[in-house]
Design a protein around this ligand. Sequence first.
Ligand code: NDP
Ligand code: GUE
Length: 281
Amino acid sequence: MTATVLTGTELAKAIQAEAAARAEELAAAGRWPHLAVVTATADESSAWYVRSIRRAALKTGLECTVHDLGADAEPAAIHEKLTELSADPLVHGLMLQTPLPSGTTLEELASAIAFEKDVDGANPLSLGRLASGLPAFAPATAEAVVALLDHYKVPLSGRQAVVVGRSTVVGKPAAHLLLDRDATVTICHSRTADLAAVTNTAEVLVAAVGRAALITAAHVRPGAVVIDVGTNPTPEGALVGDVAPEAAERAGSLTPVPGGVGPVTTALLLRHTVLAADRAS
Ligand SMILES: NC(=O)C1=CN([C@@H]2O[C@H](COP(=O)(O)OP(=O)(O)OC[C@H]3O[C@@H](n4cnc5c(N)ncnc54)[C@H](OP(=O)(O)O)[C@@H]3O)[C@@H](O)[C@H]2O)C=CC1
Ligand SMILES: Nc1nc(=O)c2c([nH]1)NC[C@@H]1CN(c3ccc(C(=O)N[C@@H](CCC(=O)O)C(=O)O)cc3)C=[N+]21
């Protein structure tokens, strides 16, 4: 058996087309949707993401500014930049890239992102509301996981879902969103005792670790739907996921990297920014 490939490009295009139409109307009304991205890292996969955000934003008719503070930025300087952009009436969406310089965390800094501009759902207020079932922007990646499953009509209610990874950006919010859809959710992390035993229970398996080929065929329950969130740069300059190619022998379907979760994440971030601009007075 070879797995069906669940690409994200078509869904991303549809989301972007809708965002583009609304962005044009808003721009005509003098409210050009503007996404500000703050980064303080030399991490390669973050750099890939920032490039793809900029490219997609310009194509969609959004303004996008990148504020690169450098990998040795002081936490106070990052905090100050977020506070400044939170107060800037021309900025509608604001996100802070991970990873961050040692000595600080996204969790510590994200309170400085104004709730209504928190288009990547990083502010603890957004995350708390998400966990409480109240309206808030979800982290775009976590939302992309569920959006892809919906796009391919994968049933979630009553099914066994396993998320590998527990970061604030992906693993935890993805687990919340799957739980909201009535899946039975298990979260794995670096201390999980027997990863393959747990992942073999998964009808839906989400890999969000950041380690190439961590998930092998032996981790996959035959016929499972596998969502590969990982984006790992190779020495040759390519990008690979967390799921080894051989896993396709056991999976029923599988998202590719590149061309899977990534483009949907980017498109949702733009959709959130347009929504934030729409709500701004
Ligand atoms: N395609 C997309 O749209 C996006 C892709 N990404 C990519 O997803 C990946 C994960 O990102 P992110 O969540 O930010 O990464 P983090 O490094 O913040 O989190 C990684 C998680 O994986 C867990 N982990 C590490 N090693 C193992 C292991 N051997 N077995 C099981 N779990 C393990 C960690 O556990 P512990 O908590 O115990 O340390 C941690 O919870 C990266 O490749 C990133 O680039 C991220 C966002 C969007
Ligand atoms: N606060 C925060 N939120 C994030 O969501 C976040 C982050 N920090 N830090 C870095 C990681 C990494 N990440 C990627 C998202 C999309 C692609 C992506 O679109 N990749 C394309 C390939 C790249 C391209 O073609 O330009 C694809 O998979 O097809 C890659 C990487 C989000 N991250």
